[in-house]
Design a binder for this molecule. Structure first.
Ligand SMILES: [Zn+2]
Length: 351
């Protein structure tokens, strides 16, 4: 899908499983839109094995290596695969926000079908236009996800504990992924894949509610997107991938896309987006991140200590300013003042 100047051509490979039960929910799962975030590829490898043995009830589309251009970008040992090197744009901010409002009002299943068809035709038209590569890639992936009730975008973050981005109205369902850190975000659009699904359907739902549409579904029945952050970037673990895949299968089981009974989720910690705080470094130097990611700490606990060389070496602590759960930290020990040192959940609620 992208021809390179050398004559080489990069392709996206999709794996489609036709569901065994007509009318069962449909899922779309992609990984590695950010080139250095590869654990999702290992997870999709697991899912491919599972579905080869036991086909799902509903249709499932799996897209590993969703951005083959980004994964091939190397600078020394590192993969700077988060931004388009040509434009500087974050690859996961190039998606398009469709509007689904302008459809007739038959019963909900027909209305939903009609909205998907309209969206598919809009995407086809846009893809015929003159587009920068990042936008073309995003629209192509969106086209592959058309019709999916559950769009699951697999990412990784810095050095981090696993966590999920979920629209507020689907936070309860997100617990079935068996990832205990849940970030609840408004169903609005800021360019990401998950938002390009959740936002338009939520907007349509609100319009239907306002006009007292008689067949209004519960919000949990709307197509929605999730971003799963599966640990740190630049690494994979097959053992963890088995657990990650088990969580995704549990979610799909709960929603009837996969056969069997879902396991009831363990309690999780929920944080609203506005309470997801960045801690910028007050000290330059080499940071030793002493707090465990994903484990709650009390106000005053040490999160990191930074080695600074003046006339003699000193270690300068960064302390928690409130009770919090550290979720991720900077990938490198080398830190300037004002660098993003850590991100933490605050005002956490147990759900
Ligand atoms: Zn990412």
């Amino acid at each position: 899908m992208r021809s390179l100047a050398s004559g080489a051509v990069l392709h996206i490979h999709t794996h489609t499983f036709k569901g065994t039960v007509p009318g069962a929910g449909r899922a779309y799962i992609q990984s590695s839109m950010h080139g250095s975030e590869v654990q999702g590829n290992a997870v999709i490898a697991e899912l491919l094995e599972v579905f080869a043995r036991t086909p799902p009830r509903g249709d499932v589309v799996l897209v590993p290596n969703a951005n083959p251009f980004a994964i091939n970008q190397k600078a020394g040992e590192y993969t700077p695969g988060r931004f388009d090197p040509t434009t500087g744009e974050n690859w996961n901010r190039t998606y398009w926000l469709p509007t689904l409002g302008d459809v007739r009002r038959p019963r909900w299943p027909q209305l939903k079908q009609q909205a998907w068809s309209r969206l598919a035709s809009q995407l086809r038209t846009r893809l015929q236009g003159d587009l920068p590569f990042g936008r073309r890639l995003a629209l192509t992936l969106q086209s592959l996800a058309v019709g999916a009730d559950y769009v699951i975008d697999l990412h990784c973050a810095n050095v981090s504990a696993r966590h999920i981005y979920t629209p507020e109205h689907c936070a309860d369902a997100a617990r079935y992924f068996q990832i205990p850190l849940i970030l609840s975000i408004p169903a609005t659009f800021d360019g990401a894949m998950d938002e390009s699904v959740s936002a338009p359907w939520w907007t349509l739902w609100q319009a239907l509610e306002a006009e007292a549409y008689p067949d209004l579904p519960p919000p949990e029945d709307l197509p929605r997107g999730y971003t799963l952050e599966l640990g740190g970037q630049e690494v994979i673990s097959r053992e963890d991938a088995r657990r990650d895949a088990a969580g995704i299968l549990n979610f799909l089981r709960e929603h009837g896309v996969v056969g069997g009974r879902a396991k009831k989720p363990e309690p999780a910690y929920l944080c609203r987006l506005e309470d997801y705080k960045v801690i910028h470094s007050r000290h330059a130097g080499h940071a030793d991140y002493t707090a465990a990611m994903g484990v709650g700490v009390k106000k005053g606990a040490q999160l990191a200590q930074t080695l600074q060389f003046g006339p003699s070496p000193s270690w300068l602590p960064t302390l928690a300013e409130e009770d919090c759960i550290p979720v991720l930290h900077h990938s490198s020990a080398i830190i300037h003042t004002g660098s993003e040192l850590l991100k933490v959940f605050t005002n956490v609620r147990k759900v």
